[in-house]
Design a protein around this ligand. Sequence first.
Ligand code: RIB
Ligand code: CA
Length: 321
Amino acid sequence: MRETVPRKIILDCDPGHDDAMAIILAAGNPDISLQAITTVAGNQTLPKVTLNAQRVCTVAGITNVPVIAGCAGPLVRPLVVAPDIHGESGLDGPQWPEPTVPVTPGHAVDAIIDLVMAAGEGEMTLVPTGPLTNIAMAVRKEPRLVPRVREVVLMGGAYTRGNVTPAAEFNIYVDPEAADIVFSADWSVTMVGLDLTHQARATSAVVDRIAALDTPVARMVVDLLHFFGSSYQQEQGFEAPPVHDPTAVARVINPALVECADAFVAVETMGKWTAGMTVTDFRGKLGFPLAAHVATRLDFDGFWSLMIDAIAAVGQGAAVS
Ligand code: RIB
Ligand code: CA
């Protein structure tokens, strides 16, 4: 069921090639009101991912959404970055112009708290697509935030196998303690994990459709996907790269595109071999309520239709609410 009133969201991200596409989808789709882009260390260091958010917003003409930097590392563990997938800059591929979109002063954790507390109860949705450090810190600093949030729809985790280790997906692996706080809080969590996102591959036919738009934004996305595709081929053996993060935004736009099943999800923080694993119990074997929504099946054509429409819409002066 499509919403009539645009859904207010905060996109908490670590750009990152697929985060860049999540920014474009969130800014370019009329059913989303992108309230802020907050950045967190993950794919690369905080300065790099924040600069990358500025770069994407500059090329995509996203000029009235605040970009606010957050935590520079995980709650407890040392930061692990992903140059093997995203390059030294975190967004290798395109030739970037000097960014004209500024970083808004302040800290992302405070911005998340302020925006949620200022919005109506149940009005704001959080869409994290990087490590969950900012979200966990916001919960700890202002617990009243939890009941006010409509839902958390996050890209992270997996119920079959990980990508950084056999057990753990990158966003959870980087900061398992933060993920444990987020999954344990008393709010609605939807986990859009690798089991779903690996269905969202940017095939050559998809890349050709994007290239055919022939706009600066489309050319940026094609350059991003060429780099992302080559690193995914080399590092993970994928013929076409899975664009993980925008599928979480697509779930907010139209839940029918991202089928979910209820489960109990526990984050492993102690395991020698399994730290960062999202232990997913669909059958109540552990005796806990099946309170999380876990993404299982993607409507591939429906997703790419949303994504390509958004690429066409931004940068053309499309209203970014
Ligand atoms: O495991 C994939 C996730 O880790 C994506 O969000 C990607 O951007 C990286 O952050
Ligand atoms: Ca990401």
